[in-house]
Design a protein around this ligand. Structure first.
Ligand code: HEC
Length: 161
């Protein structure tokens, strides 16, 4: 019995490692599984596009705010995020940031980076990333302004001009 347990846990560790290469189907599957829980009666349903937090609808201009993006890089990314996030698709401790602004709505990103704990507890996509990375992103205590600026820097990293 003990042997069976050991083998199966080794197998799941191997699965996690394989998933770290960025196997999207794995994350979609677990996201779907989490989604199946029925909404409690009368409670407002969780909106996975927007996430959980104070930002309801964040609109971003089509054109990049170069100054804000530069601030977001210098004051936030370089100091508080770069230890765990690369600007490519490659995972470091957390997922690489390339493409992050097309994977999520601006409000989701703003809510995730200012309300990290609650988002990881509730959001299927954040939970799927947690399963892959095996590390919970710590709250970075960003002000709203810093969060908005680092979002602008993510947009720049994704090619917005
Ligand atoms: C100690 C490591 C660590 C630090 C520091 C960190 N993160 Fe994270 N981040 C993670 C991990 C791990 C995940 C994915 C797992 C999860 O949801 O916790 C993540 C996920 C994210 C995501 C979602 C990415 C995706 O593709 O799903 C965003 C956006 C993000 N972080 C932004 C930030 C910002 C902005 C900062 C700096 C202010 C930051 N992170 C600092 C570890 C970190």
């Amino acid at each position: 019995m003990k042997k069976i347990i050991t083998i199966s846990s080794l197998f799941s560790i191997a699965l996690f490692i394989a998933a770290c290469g960025g196997d999207k189907s794995e994350s979609t599957q677990s996201a779907a599984a989490v989604n199946e829980s029925p909404a409690a009666g009368g409670v407002e349903q969780y909106d996975p596009k927007r996430g959980e937090g104070k930002f309801k609808d964040v609109t971003v201009p089509e054109k990049l705010d170069e100054t804000m993006a530069e601030e977001g890089k210098k004051n936030t990314f370089d100091v508080k995020c770069s230890a765990c996030h690369k600007l490519t698709e490659e995972k470091l401790v957390g997922p690489g940031w390339k493409g992050v602004t097309s994977r999520y709505q601006p409000a989701w990103i703003m809510n995730f980076i200012t309300n990290t704990d609650e988002m990881i507890n509730k959001d299927p996509a954040a939970q799927a990333q947690l399963e892959i990375c095996l590390v919970r992103m710590p709250n970075q205590s960003l002000t709203d302004e810093a969060a908005r600026a680092v979002l602008e820097f993510m947009r720049k990293n994704d090619g917005v001009k």
